[in-house]
Design a protein around this ligand. Structure first.
Ligand code: PRP
Length: 228
């Protein structure tokens, strides 16, 4: 059986702290299901949720851990790890980021959540800040920043700035991203070189209209069923 390699399988040179998921046939199947223009709303949501689950577990792995030795039911020691900061903090960028928030609530129910509402202007493509509400104790903590799409990186850059202003160190931000492209990563790392980015896929390029190619469409519209 031949697994077709997508155009995007060309070797990509990524910044050292950008972490794409491994392109297994299973991940490619989920991307094909979600990116297919013929996918129904339900099909898109199912595939997107499964991608987000994989992505969130991988993102959690980039937090800081320390050794933890436990004893198994059979009486043997198991040398594992546990989070250095057991209390989790996550900040979503509505609307699309709320889809990731819902999945994280299932996986890690005690997480403290914040919101940074930034919308990309449909004409200028520049980010506009509308609202922020962050957990009081967020300063000094590692934070999962939840936004599935990064195209021009304007939104992510502004959100990271808001977190830094609230006392979060740049190296303590883990951006949880479903889809991005090389130019967005380059732009983000020019401004925020120490941020960690965990992404499910790095697309080929950004079009002149600031859409990713091959792309997935408007994640928020497709996830929430706003458009047909
Ligand atoms: C989308 C997406 C990101 C942003 C990415 O949100 O969810 O937040 O655009 O674009 P950028 O990297 O070029 O800044 P949008 O503003 O369309 O809002 P939505 O979540 O309501 O769809």
């Amino acid at each position: 059986m031949t697994i077709l390699q997508p155009l995007t399988s060309a070797v990509q040179t990524l910044p050292p702290n950008a972490h794409p998921l491994r392109r297994t046939p299973g991940l490619l199947a989920l991307h094909a299901a979600a990116r297919n223009r013929e996918a129904s709303h339900a099909e898109f949501v199912t595939a997107a949720r499964r991608i987000m689950r994989l992505l969130l577990e991988e993102s959690l792995a980039y937090l800081r851990y320390e050794d933890r030795l436990v004893t198994t039911p059979t009486g043997f020691p198991f040398p594992g790890t546990t989070l250095v900061q057991p209390e989790l903090f996550a900040v979503s960028v509505p609307r699309a980021g709320d889809a990731l928030e819902a999945e994280l609530r299932d996986i890690c129910p005690g997480t403290r959540f914040g919101k940074i509402l930034i919308q990309r202007d449909t004409v200028t493509k520049l980010p506009r800040m509308f609202y922020q509400k962050l957990p009081e104790q967020i300063a000094g903590h590692q934070v999962l920043l939840l936004d599935p799409m990064m195209a021009t990186a304007g939104t992510a850059g502004l959100a990271i700035q808001v977190l830094q202003d609230a006392g979060v160190a740049e190296e303590d931000v883990v951006l949880v991203n479903v889809l991005t492209c090389p130019s967005a990563l380059e732009k983000l790392y020019e401004r925020h070189p120490r941020v960690q980015v965990v992404t499910s896929y790095v697309d080929d390029t950004l079009t002149d209209e600031a859409f990713m190619r091959p792309g997935i469409g408007d994640f928020g519209d497709r996830f929430y069923g706003t458009t047909q």
